[in-house]
Design a protein around this ligand. Sequence first.
Ligand SMILES: Cc1cc2nc3c(=O)[nH]c(=O)nc-3n(C[C@H](O)[C@H](O)[C@H](O)COP(=O)(O)OP(=O)(O)OC[C@H]3O[C@@H](n4cnc5c(N)ncnc54)[C@H](O)[C@@H]3O)c2cc1C
Length: 244
Amino acid sequence: MAGTAVRGRLSWQVATVAAVTEETDSVRTIALDLPDWPGHRAGQHLDVRLTAEDGYSAERSYSIASADGEPVAITVERLEDGEVSPYLTRELRPGDQMEVRGPIGNWFTWGPHDGGPLLLVAGGSGVVPLRAILRHRQRSGSSVPVRLLYSSRSLADVIYREELDQCGGSAEVRYTLTRSQPPGWSGFSGRVDDPMLARVAWPASQRPLAFICGPTPFVEAVAELLVARHYPASRVKTERFGGA
Ligand SMILES: Cc1cc2nc3c(=O)[nH]c(=O)nc-3n(C[C@H](O)[C@H](O)[C@H](O)COP(=O)(O)OP(=O)(O)OC[C@H]3O[C@@H](n4cnc5c(N)ncnc54)[C@H](O)[C@@H]3O)c2cc1C
């Protein structure tokens, strides 16, 4: 039976685009209608396969932006020189179809039984699975304390800003802006470094559970900093989106 379940999860199915929402100038959320979706857990991802008329196909992975039990959505950032993301963020329209398989990944997931306190650290579109975790925590009524440290180039590049700002007292959300800061900016500036983590990260003595997601160099740098702050490697979960 387990074999059947795994085969079912990994086979391609046709998704219909239900809606697109522009999040920033270069990022959009794509809600998918997937009649045969087996359900997913916050933090998992799926694979998208696009096939051209001449049969050429390309596959990419995208984190699931929605919580357990919510309709599937992905949030895609456009890389101007990319092959797939410009199509997904510019051309794709409601009603269009593409192939999807998933959900994938059992390590980078969180549910209330996993506890906390939670430290979520995002670089750019790496906020996507962390947003799913935040939503799942809220929807499940969990009172696990959570802090999100989110690194973006500028305020205009912050994805889900309204939703994150509405987390209010339920989650502590801190931004760092690496390239430009608006006048009067009171958040952090620059890349995530140890002094920043000293102000945001839970002390290791509280046995925090950390999730780091974003471009590969960002994830590796932050994971190293947390391990140097005595977070056990087994409590530091990472998801690398790629990029040099
Ligand atoms: C598990 C997983 C989950 C992911 N989730 C998301 C998600 O939620 N949202 C999202 O927007 N992307 C996500 N990605 C990245 C995504 O799979 C693609 O790599 C991305 O959309 C670029 O594809 P492309 O075809 O447009 O670019 P490509 O044609 O593949 O690459 C174009 C250029 O960009 C570089 N590049 C590729 N990926 C990145 C990157 N992540 N950062 C910086 N440079 C890069 C390449 O080296 C190349 O030079 C995820 C990746 C993984 C592995």
